[in-house]
Ligand binder design. Structure first.
Ligand SMILES: Nc1ncnc2c1ncn2[C@@H]1O[C@H](COP(=O)(O)OP(=O)(O)O)[C@@H](O)[C@H]1O
Ligand SMILES: CC(C)(COP(=O)(O)O)[C@@H](O)C(=O)NCCC(=O)O
Ligand SMILES: [Mn+2]
Length: 867
């Protein structure tokens, strides 16, 4: 079965979208530093590049955009006609692509130039496929920061780039506004080691105070898009910490200085209230003995030289002095203008827990709890983002939260940090990079040091608890991912209340839950790798990729165990999706393909008998048998340890029979009678059929063939249009939208209802010409259609679905969610505007115990009529 999918799936962008270097040829003199290279096979990827060249760091953002590869298959066209959504709905030019974030030290600007060169980012707008290595291109790129002026000639000379300078403050504001509006988990508070994401209400964002702590500090009052005023600033900023710190400690890097601070004790350098008051608090004015009375105050009274102070203590004193000072000035300015919210950005913060705690503490302290400090995940990239937004043509300012998907691929240049080593250009280089990490051991998973609660109590400017660990290098920091822009994603229109919607049922911020799922996913990993490698023919290349996948996924898991909020708010759906994305990253496009095929065939073989049996039953028994069938067949789940163990004990059909025989009502959640009444009515009252049902299907094999298709057939027979909603990309053994037409076609050979409906829905386009009774004789047959859901995960987040599904939802009045991933792990508590039926077998012991107070293999039939 083909591996490629449609353009509107958000996972499709997970394929490495790199330059096509095949048949690349050096043009001209090979000895030259930057010889021209011809890339004859490079497609129309268009890159935008924007820079923020600061006093300390260069922030680079680039956008790789790819052509919309709309599939032209007949099913799609037919479905589109039926569902009535225009084929070209986009009012803006954006085609989708990815935003990457990278930074360099300004002092090492050559690294930045090399990066741009080797990624061919200087061919902005795609004018040329040739690398002239120099001056003839004259591409214009947006740049901000002082360096945009200072280094303009260098960029022109080395890359032929003309820097189009944008105002730094406007850029900071544009970047912050974009992030706060477009990224769901961007802003967070950080108090006493606890990170908490803040839901920003777009209609209630302004005014706010933006404090950007770069080399120096800018304080900007933001009143709206493009409406701002720089109200203050301070020259005591990130450059001060790094500069003074370097002189006083002889540190060689900023990170080293920050690391030192973690082992510091500022009581040796700072003069505390207790030092002045003989160890006592100055209780009358609320100052505890441990409050800093005077930063570095101790260095005055003793006859000691620099060499008598520990660099660790100096670094900590300095860090606190500067953080508190900035926070205090920020607070006073917030007070001056009555601003309640203060957002801190700039790379001084560097995601460092202690720095954020210190700033939060000071804001809390000075405002008596009235104001709160908030931080931004893309802290240092505000200016670069703003410069990027100032391009007129890409239409990015229209982007909405639901059109952005953040991913965390493995590999140095992708992870939003410094680049370590050359940019990775292909999978092979990426695997080598992963292999090197194995040698480096823990570096990739070492945590960003966290403070434990109690570090900064009231007035207690205490010593940070040292973990003695090193700061994670940015290359492996995995804090800022690649932003995938998927313009075709939409909010599912039948969600009852978008604001209230939370897809995840299990809260992974509970450390016990996280630990449990970490263990489950780690234990399943070897088996998954074996399947993945086998799916690619078990070659040496596949084995190497399998190793790299395992390493990458383990690194993500370890990282998230250390800091669950590192990638934004963590839910189980995210973890399960990450596993699939990670497989695709290492080019495993369908690990369960042969299992799926085998189970489909085995199930199709027994379908005729099942349909005959069903047709012999009365209406009521038939409906019950159908629902039982769906629940029973949901046992075929290759993501569940318990189920996989079961498969060793019998054939597919034996297990299916066993599962069906065990179906006993009442189920753990059993709303069947209410559902039955809605479908069949009571007594003589026959309710009207639903207009259109969306069936969110789950697994391949028995699940779809013997469970969901017979249920679909029943609805069709009753006059309800049926839309089968399936994954855009493979996930475990889930059936995909691309596979469904073939499966339906096979089933239709045994069933007239399915055949006519599939013809009417355009699923059997090829069969149409060959069938004897032309579909035109049955123009009124209710259609059976297939749409893709926009996901490549075993779960579904209804905030981001394909436009195809959103269109199909407009006329739907019943949705049926099937399977544990879509109906239990996610959406168990979701409310919809229409009738909703959630069907699943519980195949995980812990879920059974904790969420339904039941047992493994219990069933859920939850029906919630629209109210
Ligand atoms: N690797 C690093 N090298 C230098 N400074 C760093 C580094 N990482 C974080 N910093 C801190 O970030 C500050 C620069 O922040 P940034 O927002 O990039 O401002 P600017 O635009 O002035 O360069 C530095 O002054 C320093 O405090
Ligand atoms: C990944 C799954 C949600 C898929 O279940 P499905 O949606 O196919 O019913 C499920 O396999 C699962 O929760 N597995 C957990 C791991 C385990 O219990 O072994
Ligand atoms: Mn599944």
């Amino acid at each position: 079965m083909a591996h490629t999918g449609n353009s509107s799936m958000h996972g499709s962008s997970s394929r490495p979208q790199l330059l096509d270097l095949s048949k690349a040829e050096i043009q001209g003199n090979v000895e030259e530093k930057y010889p021209s290279i011809l890339l004859p096979n490079q497609s129309h990827d268009i890159s935008y590049l924007a820079l923020d060249i600061g006093g300390s760091l260069i922030k680079l953002m680039y956008f790789s955009r790819h052509q919309d590869q709309s599939t032209n298959d007949k099913r799609m066209r037919n479905v589109k006609n039926r569902l009535g959504f225009p084929s070209n709905r986009r009012s803006y030019p954006i085609l989708g692509g990815r935003l990457h974030f990278v930074k360099f030290e300004t002092g090492k600007i050559n690294e930045c130039l090399d990066f741009i060169y080797s990624k061919r980012l200087h061919f902005g707008g795609g004018e040329s496929r040739y690398s002239d290595g120099s001056t003839e291109l004259n591409a214009i790129i947006k740049a901000t920061g002082g360096g945009a002026h200072k280094f303009a000639d260098l960029f022109k000379e080395r890359l032929g780039l003309i820097l189009d300078k944008e105002d730094e403050m406007s850029c900071l504001v544009a970047g912050a506004n974009f992030l706060l509006k477009a990224i769901r988990h961007e802003a967070f508070t950080h108090m006493e080691g606890q990170k908490e994401f803040v839901q920003i209400d777009h209609n209630d964002l302004f005014p706010y105070l933006l404090v950007n702590i770069g080399s120096g500090v800018s304080m900007i009052k933001v009143d709206g898009d493009g409406k701002f005023e720089r109200i203050s600033g301070t020259n005591v900023g990130g450059g001060t910490y790094w500069g003074l710190g370097r002189l006083l400690t002889k540190c060689e890097s900023f990170d080293e200085l920050l690391e030192l601070s973690q082992k510091g004790d500022n009581r040796n350098t700072d003069m505390l209230v207790g030092d002045i008051y003989g160890g006592m608090d100055y209780a009358k004015i609320g100052l505890s003995a441990s409050t800093i009375a005077s930063s570095f105050g101790k260095a005055t009274s003793e006859k000691k030289g620099l060499e008598d102070y520990r660099p660790e203590d100096i670094s900590l004193s300095l860090l606190r002095m500067i953080s508190y000072n900035i926070a205090q000035i920020a607070y006073l300015n917030a007070l001056r203008f009555g601003l309640k919210r203060i957002f801190f950005g700039g790379f001084f913060i560097r995601g460092h827990a202690y720095t954020m705690d210190a700033i939060s503490f000071a804001i809390h302290f000075w405002s008596n709890g009235a104001a709160q400090a908030m931080f931004l995940r893309h802290e240092g990239f505000l200016g670069a983002l703003g410069a990027f937004m100032s391009y007129e043509k890409h239409g990015l300012d229209d982007l909405m939260v639901h059109q952005l998907v953040e991913r965390f691929p493995m590999g140095a240049p992708y992870t939003g940090g410094n680049i370590h080593g050359p940019p990775l250009r292909n999978l092979n280089e990426k695997i080598s990079w992963m292999e090197k990490f194995l040698q480096k051991g823990t570096e990739i998973t070492a945590p960003v040091p966290m403070t434990r609660p109690g570090t900064t109590g009231l007035g207690g400017f205490e010593v940070p608890l040292s973990k003695g660990s090193i700061l994670r290098s940015d290359a492996s920091a995995l804090n800022v991912g690649v932003l995938h822009l998927v313009p075709t994603l939409e909010v599912f229109p039948l969600l009852a209340d978008l604001k209230m919607y939370e897809p995840n049922t299990i809260d992974l911020s509970d450390p016990n839950e996280l630990e449990y799922w970490f263990k489950i996913l780690s234990e399943n990993l070897p088996d998954l790798v074996a399947k993945a490698v086998a799916s690619e023919g078990g070659t040496d290349d596949a084995k190497r990729r399998g190793d790299a996948f395992a390493r990458a996924f383990s690194a993500h898991l370890t990282r998230l165990m250390e800091e669950p909020a590192a990638y934004g708010k963590l839910g189980l759906a995210r973890l399960l999706e990450m596993r699939e994305e990670c497989l695709r990253e290492f080019h495993f496009f369908d690990a369960y393909i042969s299992i799926k095929q085998r189970e489909n065939e085995a199930s199709i073989a027994v379908l005729p008998d099942l349909l005959m049996e069903l047709d012999s039953l009365d209406e009521e028994t038939r409906l019950l048998t159908l629902i039982e069938g769906v629940l029973a067949a949901n046992i075929f789940d290759w993501g569940s340890r318990a189920c996989v163990d079961l498969y060793l004990k019998g054939t597919i059909i034996e297990i299916y029979r066993m599962s069906r025989n065990k179906m006993q009502r009442p189920w753990r959640v059993d709303d069947f009678d209410v559902f039955k009444e809605r479908i069949l009515g009571t007594g003589d009252k026959k309710p009207p059929p639903h207009r259109r049902a969306l069936l969110f299907v789950d697994n391949s094999g028995a699940d779809i063939v013997l469970g969901m298709l017979p249920l679909a057939r029943e609805l069709l027979r009753r006059g309800t249009e049926v839309v089968l909603v399936a994954n855009s990309l493979p996930a475990l053994n889930d059936v995909t939208a691309m596979e469904l037409p073939d499966i339906v076609a096979e089933a239709a050979k045994h069933c007239d209802i399915l055949r006519r409906a599939a013809e009417s829905g355009g699923l059997l386009v090829d069969a149409m010409s060959t069938t004897l009774d032309s579909p035109r004789e049955n123009p009124s047959s209710v259609p059976l259609m297939v749409v893709e859901n926009g996901c490549g995960s075993p779960c579904i987040d209804f905030r981001q679905v394909s436009s195809e599904l959103a269109a199909a939802a407009k006329d739907a009045d019943l949705i049926i969610l099937e399977g544990m991933g879509r109906a239990l792990h996610t959406n168990l508590n979701a409310q919809f505007k229409c009738d909703a039926l959630k069907l699943a077998m519980v195949k995980n012991q812990r879920f059974a115990e904790k969420l339904i107070k039941g047992n493994l293999y219990d069933c859920i039939c939850k029906y919630e009529p629209a109210n």
